[in-house]
Design a protein around this ligand. Structure first.
Ligand SMILES: Nc1ncnc2c1ncn2[C@@H]1O[C@H](COP(=O)(O)OP(=O)(O)OP(=O)(O)O)[C@@H](O)[C@H]1O
Ligand SMILES: [Mg+2]
Length: 299
C-alpha cells in the first residue's frame, strides 16, 4: 500500500495501522482527511480503501441535497448491506440534517452496527462492512462534535526533494540531467498535484522532441515556452509583489482592487502561496519581504 506515494509518512503509518486492524477482524473508524488542495487526500483515501479490500464510492457533498435524498438514492441502493468504502469529499458542504444523522451513527463507542432513524424509516450502518471516509480543505467549517467522532489525518506540505520524487516517479522513463530535478521541483507549488502537472508537461515535451532525456537546455526551452517561473509563481502573484514593492504596504482591499480578484480568492490562493514561499508578510497590512524583493529581481 502507498508504494507509489511519496512522503506523508505519519499518514501512511496511521492508515497502515487501520488496515491491520481491519485484517485482524476489527472495524475501521470514520477517517477525516484534512489538508490543502492537491496534497493527496483523494489519492490516499483510494489507496487505503484498496488496502482494506473495499471498493470506493466517491461522493461530492455539494451534490447531496438533504438526508432524505441521500438515504433514498445512495444509502439504500449502494451502501446498506454492501462491503464498501465511501469517501465524502468536500465534507464541509454536508447538509445539516445529514450531519445530524452522522452524529448519531458514529456515536458508537466501538459498536459494530448502529440503527439510525431517518424520516419514517431506519438505516443500518454496519461498520464491519462499511468504511466512512471524509475529506476537506476547510476543517474549520466542520461541526466540532462530528470532528470529535472521527480519526483525523492531517496532510503536510511537500518538501522540495519530495516534489522532485513525485515528478521522477510519475514517468520514470524520463532521464534527468544531474541536478535538474531539483531545479524543476523549485518551480512547483508545494503540493503533489502541481508536481504531477509539471511531470505531464515534461512528458509531453519529451514526446514532441522524441527523446527520453531531459537536459538543462531543454528545460530552459520548456520554461520559456510555458512561462514557468520559480516557485510556480503566477502572473497575479508577481503583480502583487510588484505592487507591494512600489507601494511599500497595502491593505487586502487595495490588492483586491489592483488585481481584480476577490478578497477571499486572494487570501486562499495567491497570498497563501506567497506566504508559504516567504515572499509576503502580513501584520494587518501586506508587505513584501527581502526574499520577495530578491525573487522579483530574478524574474
Ligand atoms: N504523496 C503523493 N505522491 C505522489 N503523487 C501524489 C501524492 N499525493 C497525491 N498525488 C497525486 O497528486 C494529484 C492530486 O492528489 P489528490 O487529487 O489526491 O489531491 P486532493 O488533496 O484530493 O486535492 P483536492 O483538495 O483538490 O481534492 C493526484 O494525481 C495524485 O495521484
Ligand atoms: Mg480530492
Amino acid at each position: 500500500m502507498f508504494e507509489t506515494l511519496i512522503g506523508q509518512e505519519k499518514i501512511k503509518n496511521k492508515l497502515s495501522f487501520y488496515t491491520k486492524v481491519k485484517k485482524s477482524g476489527g472495524i475501521t473508524p470514520p477517517i477525516m482527511f484534512n489538508g490543502a488542495k492537491g496534497l493527496g487526500k483523494t489519492e490516499f483515501a483510494k489507496q487505503f480503501s484498496r488496502g482494506i479490500g473495499r471498493p470506493i464510492l466517491e461522493i461530492n457533498c455539494g451534490t447531496i441535497r438533504n438526508a432524505a435524498q441521500f438515504f433514498e438514492q445512495v444509502f439504500l441502493t449502494v451502501i446498506q448491506d454492501k462491503e464498501i468504502a465511501i469517501l465524502f469529499d468536500e465534507c464541509h458542504a454536508l447538509p445539516k440534517d445529514l450531519e445530524e444523522v452522522f452524529l448519531t451513527a458514529f456515536n458508537t463507542e466501538g459498536a459494530k452496527t448502529k440503527e439510525v432513524s431517518i424520516g419514517d424509516g431506519f438505516a443500518t450502518f454496519d461498520f464491519t462492512q462499511q468504511t466512512f471516509l471524509f475529506a476537506t480543505t476547510e476543517m474549520h467549517k466542520i461541526f466540532e462534535p462530528l470532528k470529535d467522532r472521527m480519526t483525523v489525518v492531517d496532510f503536510v506540505p511537500y518538501q522540495k526533494y519530495e516534489l522532485a520524487g513525485i515528478i521522477k516517479n510519475k514517468f520514470d522513463w524520463v532521464n534527468y540531467e544531474s541536478g535538474l530535478l531539483d531545479e524543476i521541483a523549485g518551480t512547483v507549488r508545494g503540493n503533489a498535484r502541481s508536481a504531477v502537472k509539471r511531470a505531464l508537461e515534461i512528458k509531453a515535451y519529451c514526446n514532441i522532441k522524441n527523446t527520453s532525456n531531459m537536459t538543462f537546455k531543454r528545460w530552459e526551452d520548456l520554461k520559456v515556452t510555458l512561462d514557468i517561473r520559480p516557485f510556480g509563481l503566477s502572473n497575479i502573484e508577481v503583480e502583487i509583489l510588484k505592487t507591494l514593492k512600489e507601494h511599500g504596504e497595502c491593505s487586502l482591499q487595495m490588492l483586491s482592487a489592483i488585481t481584480g480578484m476577490s478578497r477571499s480568492a486572494l487570501q486562499k490562493d495567491a497570498e497563501n502561496n506567497l506566504l508559504r514561499c516567504g515572499f509576503l508578510k502580513i501584520d494587518g497590512k501586506r508587505h513584501i519581504t527581502s526574499k520577495g524583493q530578491k525573487i522579483l529581481e530574478t524574474l
